[in-house]
Ligand binder design. Structure first.
Ligand code: HEM
Length: 476
């Protein structure tokens, strides 16, 4: 039956189907761990059939194949997220749209992620990171996972929507965070909108988030009109590479303002609905990913005190050279912190892979892949088998120094090609700023370093990662 349904494996060879009665999610639930894709691909080849949530799927594991799929976006394949994601992100959610309207929206949204824009966000990010570290040190015992979610969500809300727009106030922020959590649960659930289900609650939460986003847009438009042309001039200046940001960042445009001012070649911008779905997509794509990566780094650092010593030394040197304000130049001198982030994302990538659907028949790893086939490309396989490290003693050990002086290769935790992560630079910056804020003057200890992880749908530590942050002098 399976050979017959694999129509068109043109080279004559049938694509292996080693698990005809198994589903990836069933296996994750049963074993409590994500399958080792490196081993599976070694056993069954670079391409084999499996299932994901009941949908038949080709598992793909080779760097060459990953590159082909990433670069073939829009011609060979296109991104194909589950129906729940489509409904929760809305009709203009970037990951769900394709073709010309996708390219246009992504290009317009890039205005919020230029190096210049991110330079403008830096003071706000540093202020939030330092506020967090002070609070965690005062609280003593914390759960690092929800606190990192607090950090990255706070950064996202403040940078994207700004203060005083109904998101960051003492009443607003907890309410928004709770609504967002309900929305996220809906996003990763079966799309059955029967009252009482996670999906139905998620849809209600989407309505509430949309109401808030539209209200903020209206407020920002009113402010913009009130400030008039002087504000427009300042925004134009910032987008074009104008003056350096003020020290507290308050005068710098927030992401929503940059997106509202962004124009295509015909002088047209994003509609209200496009702006709203884009911001919701960014809130989603831009916070769980970075918070989970941060707790992964904490785990690696806890196991590698020598890496913590080097991080501290580097921060001391950066402060001597640049002062305490974290500027673009200071970030450029945090090479070891950069290596620690890259290494954590290489050894323990938090995204399993990227889903695609074939737009036409094409050749992949010697097989003909029929149009309409669903494919899931393994990030774990690509990152773990990167040929650069294979000659070294222990290619899977956490060694940030591997990255000193090296930047290229099969490092694709942010994807690549047309669908390259829009926020990759912002993610690297917010994570580096947090490492700086912690390791300049504090010690981080994990209470349960061998805590197990849940690995589906998003990786997270099972008990929330109990931790303690203390001042360095107090700990000494
Ligand atoms: C450590 C943190 C992050 C990781 C590991 C990560 C990873 C990824 C990956 C692998 C993709 C490509 C998915 C695909 O090809 O189907 C992606 C796409 C995307 N990411 Fe990120 N991301 C991170 C942080 C962020 C942040 C901070 C933002 C925004 C503020 C963001 C916004 C996006 C968007 C909008 C897309 C969709 C791009 C498109 O469809 O063209 N990400 N991310």
């Amino acid at each position: 039956v399976f050979v017959a349904t694999q129509r068109g494996t043109g080279s004559g060879a049938a694509i292996p189907n080693p698990k005809p009665f198994s589903d990836l999610v069933f296996e994750v639930t049963l074993t409590g761990g994500f399958p080792n894709m490196v081993k599976l691909h070694a056993a069954h080849g670079p391409v084999f059939w499996w299932r994901l949530l009941g949908r038949r799927m080709l598992m793909v594991g080779s760097y060459e194949a990953a590159k082909q799929l990433l670069m073939g976006e829009g011609t060979l394949v296109r991104a194909d997220y589950p129906p729940s994601v489509k409904q929760m992100l809305g009709p203009w959610g970037m990951v769900n749209i394709h073709g010309k309207s996708y390219t246009r929206i992504k290009r317009l949204a890039q205005a919020g992620f230029t190096p210049k824009a991110i330079r403008g966000y830096l003071p706000r990010i540093q202020a939030i990171a330092e506020e967090g570290v002070q609070r965690w040190a005062a609280e003593g015992d914390i759960l690092a996972y929800p606190e990192m979610k607090w950090y990255t969500f706070r950064v996202a809300v403040e940078l994207f929507l700004g203060v005083g727009t109904g998101w960051t106030g003492p009443q607003d922020f907890p309410a928004v965070s709770a609504t967002f959590a309900t929305w996220l649960e809906g996003l990763f659930s079966f799309p059955v909108a029967i009252p009482g289900t996670a999906f139905a609650r998620g849809l209600k939460a989407r309505d509430e988030l949309m109401r808030r986003i539209h209200a903020s847009l209206e407020l920002l438009e009113q402010r913009r009109a009130a400030k008039g042309s002087s504000d427009d001039a300042a925004r134009g200046d910032a987008a074009a590479g104008g003056p350096a940001p003020a020290s507290n960042g308050a005068e710098q445009p927030i992401l929503m303002e940059l997106l509202m001012a962004s124009r295509d070649e015909r002088g047209e911008g994003l509609t209200r609905d496009q702006l709203a779905d884009t911001v919701l997509t960014l809130l989603f794509a831009g916070h769980d990913t970075s918070s989970t990566t941060l707790v992964r780094i904490f785990q690696h650092l806890h196991a590698h005190p020598e890496a913590v010593t080097r991080l501290r030394q580097e921060q001391a040197e950066v402060v001597v050279k640049h002062g305490t304000a974290i500027t673009e130049a200071a970030l450029a001198d945090m090479q070891y912190a950069d290596g620690a982030l890259r290494e954590a994302m290489r050894v323990t990538p938090i995204i399993a892979g990227f889903p695609r659907i074939a737009l036409k028949d094409f050749e992949l790893c010697g097989y003909t892949i029929p149009a309409g086939t669903r494919l899931q490309c393994s990030l774990q396989h690509t990152l773990h088998t990167d040929s650069r490290w294979q000659a070294e003693d222990d290619p899977l050990a956490f060694k940030p120094e591997r990255w000193l002086g090296q930047r290229d290769g099969a490092w694709i935790p942010f994807g690549g090609g047309p669908r390259l992560c829009l926020g990759w630079l912002m993610a690297m910056v917010e994570m580096k700023v947090l490492l700086a804020a912690i390791f300049r003057g504090h010690v981080l200890t994990l209470q349960e370093p061998n805590e197990p992880w849940m690995l589906f749908p998003l990786a997270r530590p099972k008990h929330g990662m109990p931790a303690r942050i203390t001042e360095a002098e107090a700990a000494a």
